[in-house]
Design a protein around this ligand. Structure first.
Ligand SMILES: Nc1nc2c(c(=O)[nH]1)N[C@H]1C(S)=C(S)[C@@H](COP(=O)(O)OP(=O)(O)OC[C@H]3O[C@@H](n4cnc5c(N)ncnc54)[C@H](O)[C@@H]3O)O[C@H]1N2
Ligand code: MOO
Length: 403
């Protein structure tokens, strides 16, 4: 059978994926983790005045020679500037962030001064012009673009946005991801299990990954392996206006694997099904109206590997973020046999050798049902199709899960 290569499957899944052009306005305090939808111009200049960078004395540099005694003329504090003009032979007491008074062109830090009773100060070390003064506008200027569309609103960007005096800001709508677990054997965590039943664990990992990538997640619960149950769940996905419906399980060729059948009965245009990848062979992709559908295999490692490889980049694109560079170079910690036609993603441990190079050691057991192995893994070791046998120490590519 001719299976689709992983790269082609990814390109097809990402085809046309872009953020919704309709931005939403959000209060600044709620914007963390969101993505700016248009360029933001500064609504003010900062600093708005020449400001002192230190606590000390604002003086004229020509007066600030070591040993000079200057008369104290007043005080400039943050929020309460000195109104007058500094006179020759004088000093104004100044604090960090306060406006530098007119007439002053340098600040002597207080460690380089001695207070003299009667309202004077002695300079103990000379100060050159401009020292410890932040000129007006050195940070940013009113009317100039401060942040560009597509910027992730992290702590630095949010601080800057606030300083530019924006109380609300345009952000891209978060991608809406609906997750549906399928299978008669599945129960929710915390439930008492009957014979043959297991926990629907994959929803939680896939959901966490989707949230981490910037999505809003809707858990559609568990649908039994019946056409009516699956059909009802599709109604819920449509009602939630999901951008992407992620189904878990029922993707293979068994008699109870009905997900694709239920979707095509509702009009899904199948793009592809089955790829040259392990784990994750029965991955399915299609469109139901405007909704993208990503059918993940039920085995937990298959679900998670596919979510890392395909869902995460899809969400990143829909969220308006640049594609992350996720693959790193490492060396193998163990010998590996030659590979077959499927690109392999081996769960592996990560360490560093004495030279600091990353060492990726495949876990001894790679069955796609193993959740503890996945939780213990720190990376996925990528083995291209038909890779020849490899020795420990040879180079390999890894997708880092946790460092
Ligand atoms: N004759 C063939 N059989 C299988 C093939 C094949 O090519 N020919 N492919 C195998 C591969 S590879 C995979 S992967 C699985 C995928 O099967 P499904 O996507 O149909 O998944 P299920 O049969 O529904 O479940 C597989 C396994 O995973 C458990 N499961 C399902 N959903 C969840 C969930 N939400 N949380 C935790 N565990 C879940 C389920 O109980 C099964 O044990 O097919 C192979 N078979
Ligand atoms: O591809 Mo399956 O996902 O090998 O277990």
């Amino acid at each position: 059978m001719n299976l689709m290569p992983v790269d082609e499957a990814l390109a097809r899944i990402l085809d046309g994926a872009a953020p919704d052009s309709q931005a939403e306005m959000l209060p600044l305090a709620q914007s963390f983790g969101r993505v700016l939808a248009s360029d933001l111009k500064a609504l003010r200049t900062h600093p708005p005045f020449a400001a002192s960078a230190m606590d000390g004395y604002a003086v004229r540099a020509e007066d600030a020679q070591a040993g000079a005694v200057l008369k104290l003329q007043g005080e400039s504090a943050a929020g309460h500037g000195f109104d007058g003009t500094l006179s020759a032979g004088s000093a104004v007491r100044i604090f960090t962030g306060a406006p530098v008074p007119a007439g002053a062109d340098t600040v002597v830090i207080q460690e380089n001064t001695e207070r003299i009773d009667g309202g004077s100060v002695r300079i103990t070390a000379a100060a050159e012009p401009g020292r410890h003064i932040r000129a007006a506008g050195i940070d940013f200027e009113e009317g100039k673009t401060g942040l560009e569309a597509g910027r992730l609103l992290d702590a630095g960007a949010i601080t800057f946005t606030a300083a530019m005096n924006h109380a609300t800001l345009p952000v891209y709508r978060q991608p809406r991801i609906a997750i549906l677990a399928t299978g008669d054997e599945l129960r929710l965590p915390g439930e008492t299990l009957g014979p043959g039943q297991i926990i629907a664990s994959n929803t939680y990992g896939v959901g966490a990954l989707a949230r981490g990538a910037g999505a809003q997640v809707f858990d559609l619960g568990i649908a039994e392996d019946r056409m009516e149950a699956l059909d009802g769940a599709l109604d819920s996905a449509i009602a939630q206006r999901a951008d992407v419906l992620v189904t878990i399980g029922g993707a293979s060729v068994g008699d109870h694997d009905l997900v694709q059948k239920a979707l095509t009965a509702r009009g899904m245009a199948l793009d592809f099904w089955k790829i040259a990848m392990r784990p994750g062979k029965p991955l399915m992709s299609g469109r139901l109206g405007n909704m993208r559908v990503l059918g993940l295999p039920g085995n937990p490692a298959s679900s998670l590997v596919c979510a890392h490889l395909f869902l995460e980049p899809l969400i990143t694109r829909l969220a308006g973020l640049p594609d992350p560079a996720r693959v790193k170079s490492a060396v193998l910690g163990r010998d590996l046999p030659s590979n077959d036609l499927r690109q392999d993603y081996l769960r592996g441990d990560l360490s560093r050798d004495p030279s600091g190079a990353l060492v990726a050691s495949p876990m001894p057991r790679q069955d796609s049902s193993l959740m503890k192995v996945f939780a213990d893994a720190r990376c996925l070791i990528i083995r291209p199709p038909l890779a020849p046998a490899a020795k420990a120490g040879e180079a390999c590519d890894v997708l880092v899960l946790r460092d």
